[in-house]
Structures are given as C-alpha cells and as structure tokens.
Design a protein around this ligand. Sequence first.
Ligand SMILES: Cc1cc2nc3c(=O)[nH]c(=O)nc-3n(C[C@H](O)[C@H](O)[C@H](O)COP(=O)(O)OP(=O)(O)OC[C@H]3O[C@@H](n4cnc5c(N)ncnc54)[C@H](O)[C@@H]3O)c2cc1C
Ligand code: SF4
Ligand code: SF4
Length: 428
Amino acid sequence: MTQVVATNETILVVGGGISGMTAALEAAETGKQVVLVEKRPYLGGRVSQLYKYFPKLCFPTCGLEINQRRMKMNPNLAVLTMAEVTDIKGEKGNYKASVKLSPRYVNDNCTGCGDCAKVVEAEFDDEYNYGLSKRKGAYLPYLMAHPQRYVLDPRIIGTEDAEKAKAACKYGAIDLEMQEETVELPCGAVIWATGWRPYDAAKIQPYGYDRIKNVITSVELERMADPMGPTGGKLLRPSDHKEAKKVAFIQCAGSRDHNHLLHCSRICCMASLKQATYVTDAFGDEADVSVYYIDIRAIDRFEDFYEKVKANPRVKLIKSKPASVVENKASGSPVIHGVDTEGYHRYADEHDLVVLAIGMEPSVDADSFPVPIVVNREGFIEPAPENGGIFAAGGASDALDVNRAVQHATGAALRAIQVVNRVAGMEG
Ligand SMILES: Cc1cc2nc3c(=O)[nH]c(=O)nc-3n(C[C@H](O)[C@H](O)[C@H](O)COP(=O)(O)OP(=O)(O)OC[C@H]3O[C@@H](n4cnc5c(N)ncnc54)[C@H](O)[C@@H]3O)c2cc1C
Ligand code: SF4
Ligand code: SF4
C-alpha cells in the first residue's frame, strides 16, 4: 500500500510537466509539503518530447535535469507517477483528493538494467514518439526518464512475456501482483498543471493528415529530429524513408479557425521557425523550406530569432492559408494548393514533407474535471474565485511557451502557499 504523508496544509500538484514540476518545487522549497501527481510513468510532460527549445536552440533535457536534481534533494516533495486525481471533495483549505495509482509492475529495486525488455517479445506503438516507432512491453519510456524505472505494459500481464520478464530480473524488481489502488489525500490547495495536447490533425480534413503519409504534425517532427528519436535524428519521409529536404510548414493548422480551435496557440509560429533550422542544419544548401502563414506571431524577444531565420535564403515565407493538400500518387509527395495573398497567385507546390503546425488544446476536457471548475471558451482554466483553492498553472491556463508557463506556475505556487499559510495560521 502506498503511504504518503499529507495534511490540509499540503499542496497537491496535478500534472508533472515543466509547469507542475516548477510549481511543486517552488512551493516545496519554501518549506511547504507538496504531493505531485503525474499520470504518465515519468515527469517532464511534453517538454521532454521536444528536441530543442526556441529561441536559444538548447536542449530541454538540461532544464529538466536541474529540476529533477532539485526534487531529489527536497524532503518536502512526494512524487506519485502513473497517478490520477479521480475526485476532490471539500473546500479551500480543506480538501480531500482521491488519487488512483495504476500498477507499474516494477518496484523501487529496478536498476534500469534493461534485461526484462530484452526477453519480452510483444511490441506496442511508442506513445512517447507519437506512434512513429514501437516499444517493447517492458520499457523505459525514454533514456533520461525520471524516475529511471522500467514499466510493464498492462497488456502483457497474464502472458508468457510477463513471466519471462520476471524471470530475467536479477533484482526482484518485477511484481506481477501489483494492483491498482486509490489513496485519499488531504490538502489545502490544488495546483492544476495538466497542460495541453496536440489538436487532432485528422479533423482538419483538407490537409489530409489521415490520408497522406508524408503529411505529419509538428510534434512528430520534434521526435524525428531527436537523435534518440524514432529515425535516429534523420528527417525522413514516412512513406519511403527518403530524406525530406524540401519541407513545408502550414501554420495555424487547427488554430484561429471557427471549425477547430478559436484561439491562437501562440507558440507554433516560433516552433515552425525553430523546426526550419532543423531542416537547414541537416541539409545546408540543399534544404528548401517554405512556411505558409497568416501572420507570424513572434512576440517580445522572439523577434530576433524570427529575423535570423527569415534572413536564411533556404527559408521562404509565403503569406497564405493553404486551401488543401493532395498527394502526387506517383511520388507520394504532398502538393499544397492555395493562393498567395500578397501577389494573389495560385500555387500548387510539391514538397517532400508537409508539417502541420498543430494547435494546442487543454489536455483535460471541462466535463472530465473531478470538480466543477470555471474554464474559458477554449477550455483553459480561468482564474475565477469560484475555483476556491484550485489554481491552474502553465499550459492548463493557456497556450504558453515554456518561459511563460514557468512564470505562470510560480505565480500559482504563490497562490497555493497563501491558502495553506492561512490554514496554518488558523490552526497555530
Ligand atoms: C511543436 C511544439 C514545439 C514546441 N517547442 C517549444 C520550444 O521550443 N520552446 C518553448 O518554450 N515551448 C515550446 N513548446 C511549448 C511547450 O511544449 C509548452 O510550453 C509546455 O509543454 C508547457 O508545459 P506544461 O507543464 O504546462 O504542460 P505539459 O507539457 O502538457 O505537461 C502536463 C503534464 O500533466 C500530465 N497530465 C495531464 N493530465 C493529467 C491528469 N489528469 N492527471 C495527472 N497528470 C496529468 C501530463 O502527462 C504531462 O506530464 C512547443 C509546443 C509545440 C506544440
Ligand atoms: S525491472 Fe529488473 S530487469 Fe527490468 S530494468 Fe529493472 S532491474 Fe532490470
Ligand atoms: S502562433 Fe502562429 S501558427 Fe500558431 S496559431 Fe498563432 S498565428 Fe497561427
């Protein structure tokens, strides 16, 4: 049975992406007791799936590692992975949360040696790589995953593979009897940091994501560019694995659109400019990048990065919202059709690969929150008094880049600290 010490002076943080990690650390480092609940088997959220960060083009793993080190050193912080909050009762300063823990089937003895994965045969789509590759039924989600503990996919439990994995483990780390459990946690305030999910590209029918192999999304390109990713860092066409040198980005794919997401997702102009550099870095003078945009939103200090990418002769910026993408059946290449709104010329441009700069939507639907919560038109959590002691952090509050998500999460930590301080004051 999992034991977690908590009282109504505890702050519960839901979601262990960069925002949840930040909020949890900021609160724990002021001496507050914090429980961080993450539904995946590891921390880091979607940032861990990015190859590089704009505008500095540094690696996200660096910042994540610093946070992980801070977490390990902090005795005030308890982390529960594979955990979800199913219910919250009570009021500001006095909540009780029900947290469902899914079995990992691997205990703390795991050394990460990988022997179990070697003997397991079953393979499944690797969600970390957005299904671009397969992973074993016993797996470490990714090389730098925190905690560094393997996971057994529940689909192999009861099969010969599970027994083989257990037999291969020299450290007694595999426990096939682990069961789902629910723990009840008292807490005074809750920080909701469940982040975002990529908009379902298949819903944007004219762009053919569900029909044309060489139309992919921006989140998939991040995984492809990563040397630890499904293609070993090579930019390849999914249809024939040829190098993708002529790459087009379609901006506002699913954002700023009455049929899809109404809001501007804020980061996707910058993400595509960053990804343009993945192509130019990989292919130099042979690279041919086109960015189809309505307007480029490069706010504040991002303007310099925009100007730098724009100055590269290998990158063309075309002011146009493409009408459709069709496949050249002979070559498998996607052809973008539309009208250039600066010259009003019709175009039909063929590319090796088309990348949809997909929008960000809240990862939790308003209807599936465990408590009534005020959300805005787009489904992001509003800072409303009706939410009591529940505060959104980062991507759960809006489509934000990492810098802004971290700042927002720090603010949420302060709000939560104020609530539990009042509880402590009343009890003291
Ligand atoms: C293509 C692309 C490229 C990008 N590149 C950059 C970049 O270069 N620089 C930059 O600054 N920003 C970039 N961003 C934006 C960046 O990804 C976000 O700013 C960041 O992910 C926000 O972090 P977060 O913690 O708020 O959300 P997330 O990263 O979504 O983390 C949320 C966490 O909550 C967990 N969770 C969800 N629901 C539950 C639940 N019910 N219970 C428990 N846990 C839950 C999730 O598993 C996840 O771990 C990019 C975005 C896209 C789409
Ligand atoms: S579960 Fe056992 S075999 Fe698998 S990685 Fe951990 S220690 Fe190694
Ligand atoms: S950031 Fe750019 S691509 Fe993304 S929705 Fe806004 S304008 Fe469109």
